[in-house]
Each structure stands twice: as C-alpha cells, then as structure tokens.
Design a protein. Sequence first.
Length: 426
Amino acid sequence: MSTIFLYEDGHGNVVDENGGPEPMDYIVDQNEFIVETIATDTEYLGNAVPNESPMTYPMLEKPKNEDVHMKEAKPKREYVRYTVQDKVRFFDLKIEKCMTAAAAAKQLGIHPRTAYRWVSQYNACLDGIFDSCKKVGRKCILTKEHKTTVINFIDANPSATVIEVTEHLLKQFHDLKVSRSTVNNFMRRECNLSLKKAEFHSIERNSPAKIEERHNWVCKWENTDMNFLTNCVFLDESAFDINMKRSRAWSNKGTRAIVTRPTTRANTTSILGAISVSGLITVGVKKPRPAKKRKADGYISSGTVTGHYISFLKTTLDEMDKHPHMKGYHIVMDNAPIHTHENIKKYIEYRGYKCVYLPTYSPELNPIEQFWAVAKSKVKRHRFLQEDTLSKRITEACNSVKQSHFKGFVSHSYQCWDKCRNRQPM
C-alpha cells in the first residue's frame, strides 16, 4: 500500500502532495451504499477455458480396430448430361428409322425416362425439340412501381401489418385489386423483406444533432492515445429479475406458445459491470441500503444511485490495480446522471486513470451492452431450481462468456466509429 501525505493549504483545506483535495472526499460510505462483488477478473481467468490458437487444431484420435455397426449408405445416383448431338441422333433413329423411343434410347445408351421426356417435349413443342417451352402463367399483378411504393411505406412504418400495406397500395392505385396473401408473398419474395423481432430506438437517437455529436466525439478521441482494443475498460449497469424468460417458445403447430410465470411482479436487481477486450473485470450486485430514520417526506431511491456507482468504481479500480499494465487505462461509460457526478471523474483521475464519457444515445459504442445481452440470454436459457439464486445464476452466466467474445464485443463497437465519422445513423 502506498503512503499518501496530506497537508493543510493555509486556508483550512486538506490537500495531497499535488495540491489536490483529500481523496476521502471522493469515497462514499461503503457500508451504506453496498455493492456486493459477485465476479472479478481473477476469478474469471481462473475459471475461463483457454482459447485455442487460430493456427492450431486439436489432434484427432486414430480409429480403433473395433467392429462398428453402421447402416449401409445408399449408392449415389449418377446423372448424365446429354448434348444436342445426342438429341439429334435419337430423333434421327426415331423419325427416319421409325424406331420406338425405347429401342432408339437402348441403341444410343440413353436412359429410357430421358427418351420418353424428349418425346413428350417434342409433341408439346411443335416448333422444335431444342426450343425450351416455358409454362405461361398468370401475369404478376404487382409491378416495380408497386414494389417501390411498398418499400417506401415500410421504411416509414417498419411495424406496419400486411393489412396496412395492402390498404396503402389500394389507396395509391385505385384500379388495383389484390389480396393480402398476394401482398405478403410479394413483400417476402420481390421486396426482400422479412418479419423480425423489433428493436425499439428513441427518436432522438438518430436525430441530426445526435449524429453530429457522435461525429465530433470520434474526431476528438481518435487524435488521442485512447484505443478501445488496447487501453479501455467499459462500465455500465443493467437490470435482472428472476422471472426473465426467453421471448420465443416451442408449441405444437397451430397452437399458441404459452409460458407461465408468477402472478407477482419480481423485484428488479441492479447489476453493475466492467469489462475490457481481454475479459471480465468486475461484476457487482446492488444491495438495499440499511434502514435509517428519516423525515416523513424523505425520499430514498430504489435504483442505483451515485453512491452505489462510486462504491462499485472503487472495487473495479482496486481490481485493475492488481494488473500494472492497466495503469492509465481509460474508464469509458455513458452519460447517465449517476456517472457524471463531478466526484466520479476526480476520483478516477486521482487513482491514476482517465475518464471518458460516451455521446448520448449511443449504446452501440459501449461494448458492455452486448455483454449484458449475452449474460441475460444465458440466465434465461435454464429454469430456476429451488437452490438457485439470481446472483448465483448471474455469476455463472458472466463467468461462462468466452474470452474471444469480449474481443468481438469491443471490435463491434470500435467498428461503429466509422459510422460516426461518416455521419451515418446507428
């Protein structure tokens, strides 16, 4: 532990050797703002399965000399491609020599079924045996003009139903008569559209002001020593509850997929986390604050407050201090109110690290958002047993994320810099 000398600056203030304020000004009472650490970098590395080198491959065991009962594979059917000259010789024998299709095929070594098909095509196509006879079906009702109308309508209304698309077409083209099923098939086949689970974004997310804000942010930080792939740690919080279920489920064809859940609403648990390109740093769960006497009109927040965040931040920096190469890393977080308290930046810089705030409405730039999505999917995957607790399941889920995935999370966010630089929406 390093020794810190404190001095009185002559104005009644306590400062450190560099003239900075006393560090205890940045530390909250961790007995009041409790964040229980449930996963750390040390534990994660101890439990992680080492990644295979991309240039090495596992050795395969030689098969043992044992009798293995296997089903006989069906012989692969061979297909013969016949040329135009084969057709000419076949019909020469059939027409000029008055041979049957079977006899002519046998003499030339042509499969009988192929010969019969050629004869059928010849009888149906009087213009010639080599002209392809395409079946003429009903002309398509919807044209390229309709396609453009559908695509423009979906771009403006992504959640529109097939009924709404059909009604829009009928309003735009008064002489058009088309069914919903035809429009549905047209949207899937010709317009290359598919129905997916929707992601809901705020209107402000891709407003001109926010796009310009992201552009300026990238231009500022790309000229510094900050690099997402080498010297950054990403922090954020997320909410878990014990009733989380997968959004998709199996059922018999023609029946609804129903998943039962308790009638009572589960308490939401706030989880705070920190990751880097090399793996998990820390994960903590917010614990309720101890009861205190307060005025009748007093208010205590049930969510994560600045005190909890600073408490978790201290634990994270303590874990990073165990790795000398992390000294001076950038602590990257979004612009949530609990992150922007002046004491947070002061405390990060006092500990020897750098504070970086992401632009607003930019979750794609924070890799930990993808980490939370993976962790939640792992929690939802299995049923909760009686001996299970939410904290235990979250710990197992976080520790089971592969190291290679963390690099993928960070790389994805880093690639989004190009969109910001080019003023593209995200």
